[in-house]
Design a protein around this ligand. Sequence first.
Ligand code: NI
Length: 268
Amino acid sequence: MHKDVDTLFSCLWEKYVSITPSAHKIHALLAGEESSDQIVNDHVAFRTFNLEKTALDKLAAHFLALGYQAKGHYNFEAKKLTAQHFEHPDETKPKVFISELRVAELSDTAQGIILDLVAQMDANVVINDDFLYSDRHWRLSKDDYETLLSESEYAAWLAAWGFQANHFTVSVNYLEQVQSLEAVNALLKKAGFVLNTSGGEIKGGKEVFLAQSSTMADKAEVTMDDEKLVIPSCFYEFAQRYAMPDGRLYQGFVAASADKIFESTNAK
Ligand code: NI
């Protein structure tokens, strides 16, 4: 039994803002600038491990069942990630961007930690769409978190937070009062939010048909070894799309820009 698209994203949003209060505040700030329209999400992103139980395809199945179609493939060599994006026939529904960590490319130590974590997970939990916002399914020690962090920030984030939206993304194209990504960024900085400056405040631009920016992740409490630790949680992204020569808005992603957006969960 699947939720409809809007109900699923509303469940994902509730979970996301519970550890990303900045996104809630920014959403209210942008909605307040707008006369009437709702904030449209450009895309929502997920992270996973490319293991049997947790593979990208397992997450994607929930979106395919809701009418989404598989689109572009992406490779992030240095970060050891493979990604794919999915689109709904209704362009006002968020695109979905799912990446997966190629676990076998990590050190034997990191692989061992990740295999032990995923071994604790019941393989059947992925069948329900609640899985997409189900947190983690394993106990995690602080030592293992730190070992993963020294090798792959992505692995450490996923080990700590498990399964949930990594970020939501505001579509700047659908904003009416704030007309450009530069103006969104200026508004956010004026309100005191910290932007990711890796690769510049704006990644991409008109020449690649997609410009993106993001906040640096909030920090939230997570339990390790029965101890509460405060670590980077999730961030909020902003995307402006441009028309291609055929007049249609570009709907894909730009790997070089996404590569820098991933760094929004780095500790500052
Ligand atoms: Ni994104």
